[in-house]
Design a protein around this ligand. Structure first.
Ligand SMILES: CSC[C@@H](O)[C@@H](O)C(=O)COP(=O)(O)O
Ligand SMILES: [Zn+2]
Length: 205
């Protein structure tokens, strides 16, 4: 199996798992996985597809600028530039972006603060935060419609080889060493958002 085939299968399996959670409503979401460095090439989801279906046209290979490497009628995700920022600034191997009700609601409630902090919750350990008084901060950025502007805003918050950024009333992008790590951060983030939303509802009664 070539590196390309191995990464394709890895990303297709992640896509299926996220689809089972119903995390691709209305064709939203996009996924990427690095295939090689120097020159950088990564697989990214084709734009506008029903990501619950598994087909041979789900992904295409793009370069560091997000352009298709091969001659193909497929269009890279509209948000490919965000994935480009991740791979150009870190050693991450996988980046995932989804829209959920919980991540949208949390991004709106805490959007004016530009971040949300989580403290004293077991699941922040998924981000490597093991100390009792550790705080997980997830930045929240404005949802610029112009993707180069969004990518510019987004890249300011890429400070490590793994992380997460919320885009206000849009969704979340996470990245990690490989598919397993990125999916772990995504699931942990969504747990934390659902928890916070439930708490908010109780407190506002
Ligand atoms: C159809 S709503 C979602 C899109 O506008 C976008 O935010 C998204 O996540 C998916 O776009 P795509 O171009 O399919 O990768
Ligand atoms: Zn999106």
């Amino acid at each position: 199996m070539t590196a390309l085939q191995a990464r394709w299968q890895e990303l297709a399996d992640i896509k299926d798992e996220l689809a089972l959670r119903d995390w691709f409503m209305g064709t939203s979401g996009n996924l990427a996985i690095k295939v090689q460095d120097a020159p950088l090439e990564f697989l990214v989801t084709a734009s506008g597809k029903d990501k619950r279906k598994r087909t041979s046209e789900d992904f295409l290979l793009v370069d560091a600028s997000g352009k298709a490497v091969d001659d193909t009628p497929l269009k890279p995700s509209a948000e490919t530039l965000l994935h480009c920022e991740v791979y150009s600034k870190t050693n991450a191997g996988c980046s995932l972006h989804i829209h959920t009700v919980a991540n949208n609601v949390i991004s709106e409630i805490y959007g004016d603060q530009g971040k949300i902090d989580f403290k004293g919750l077991e699941l922040i350990k998924a981000f490597g935060l093991w100390d009792e008084d550790a705080v997980l901060t997830i930045p929240i950025i404005p949802n610029h419609a112009h993707i180069p502007d969004l990518a510019e805003e987004f890249q300011k918050h890429i400070q490590a080889d793994s992380g997460a950024v919320l885009i206000r009333n849009h969704g979340i992008t996470v990245w990690g060493k490989d598919g397993f790590e990125a999916k772990k951060l995504l699931e942990a983030s969504e747990f934390l958002f659902q928890y916070q939303m439930a708490l908010y509802q109780i407190h506002s009664q």
